[in-house]
Design a protein around this ligand. Structure first.
Ligand SMILES: O=C(O)C1=N[C@H](C(=O)O)C[C@H](O)C1
Length: 284
C-alpha cells in the first residue's frame, strides 16, 4: 500500500492570500502522472499548521479527487499533541483518505511508553491505516526500534515515516529485519537513496514535487537491484534535495515551483519567510 514515492503537497496561495485550490489540483495530477504512488495532504510541507479548518478541508477534498481519478493513495497528515484530539480527527477523516500520517506527539515528550500507549489507542479507533511520523528533531521525542516493532504488530499500523536526520542504529535494526506488514518510508529527502538501498519501501519527499519521475525511478531501481542506475540517480537527486532544504521547507520549493509557473505565488505564511532569491536560483 505504501510502496513508492509519496509527495507531501505544498499549499499554494493566491496573491490575495487564499488557498489556490486550482493549483493544488493541477500539481496533484501532475506528480501522480509523473510516477508518484500517492499524495500526502496537510504535511509540514503543506503548512498544515498555518491553515484553518475550512482550508484544510479544501486541500483534502482537492487531493482526494485527484487520487481517486488516478487510483492513488491519499494520506492525510495529523499532528495534534494529545491522544483524544488526534482520535477525534481520525474519526472525522473525510471520504477519500486512505491512510493517516500521525506525528509522534511533539513538545510534551511523553516518553516511549507514552508514545506506545498513544499509537495503540489511536490504532484501536482509526478508520484508516496509520503511518507513524517519527521526526525527533521536530517533536523532541525519541522512539526506538523496539517500540516501533511492538506498534507494527497492530494491524492498523501500516508503517513509519522515518526522519531522524540520518541513518541510525534503529533504522538499520528495522530495515534489517522488517516487521511483517509494516513499511519503512524515508522522510529525510537527503537520505532516501541509502534508505532504499537498505530496504525502505519508499519515501514521503517534498523534493519529489520536482523530477518526480526520477524519484520514482530511484525507488524502482533500488527495488529491482539495479545498483549502478540507482546509485547515479541517488547522487543526482541528493544534490537537488540539499538545495531545496537550504532554507526552511517549503520556502525554497515554493520559490522554485513559482519560478516554473506551477503555482501562482511563492508565498508562505508566517512564521515562515520567503526563501532568498539565491537559494531559489540554486535549486532551479
Ligand atoms: O510534509 C512532509 O511530509 C515532509 N516534511 C519534511 C519536513 O518539512 O521536514 C520533509 C519531507 O520531505 C516531507
Amino acid at each position: 500500500m505504501l510502496r513508492g514515492i509519496h509527495v507531501p503537497l505544498v499549499t499554494p496561495f493566491t496573491p490575495e492570500g487564499e488557498v489556490a485550490a486550482d493549483a493544488v489540483g493541477k500539481l496533484a495530477r501532475q506528480v501522480l502522472d509523473d510516477g508518484a504512488a500517492g499524495l500526502v495532504a496537510l504535511g509540514t510541507t503543506g503548512e498544515a499548521a498555518a491553515l484553518d479548518q475550512e482550508e484544510r478541508a479544501l486541500v483534502i477534498e482537492t487531493c482526494a479527487r485527484a487520487c481517486a481519478e488516478r487510483g492513488a493513495l491519499l494520506t492525510v497528515g495529523m499532528s495534534a499533541s494529545d491522544t483524544r484530539t488526534t482520535a477525534r480527527a481520525l474519526r472525522a477523516l473525510p471520504e477519500g483518505a486512505g491512510a493517516a500520517l500521525v506525528t509522534v506527539p511533539s513538545f510534551l515528550r511523553p516518553g516511549e511508553r507514552g508514545v506506545e500507549a498513544h499509537f495503540t489507542a489511536l490504532a484501536e479507533e482509526t478508520p484508516v491505516p496509520l503511518v507513524i511520523y517519527h521526526i525527533p528533531y521536530r517533536t523532541g521525542q525519541q522512539v526506538g526500534a523496539a517500540t516501533l516493532r511492538r506498534l507494527a504488530a497492530h494491524p492498523m499500523v501500516a508503517g513509519v515515516k522515518y526522519a531522524t536526520g540520518g541513518l541510525d542504529q534503529d533504522a538499520l535494526d528495522l530495515l534489517g529485519d522488517p516487521p511483517p506488514g509494516f513499511e519503512v518510508l524515508c522522510g529525510d529527502d537527503l537520505y532516501v537513496s541509502p534508505m532504499l538501498a537498505l530496504g525502505a519501501a519508499g519515501g514521503i519527499l517534498a523534493s519529489a514535487h520536482l523530477r518526480t519521475r526520477e524519484f520514482a525511478d530511484l525507488a524502482d531501481a533500488w527495488h529491482a537491484g539495479d545498483v549502478p542506475r540507482a546509485r547515479a540517480l541517488g547522487h543526482r537527486l541528493a544534490a537537488l534535495s540539499a538545495a531545496l532544504f537550504a532554507e526552511p521547507n517549503p520556502t525554497v520549493l515554493k520559490g522554485v515551483l513559482h519560478a516554473r509557473g506551477l503555482i501562482p505565488t511563492p508565498d508562505v505564511r508566517l512564521p515562515l519567510l520567503p526563501a532568498s532569491p539565491a537559494s531559489v536560483a540554486a535549486a532551479l
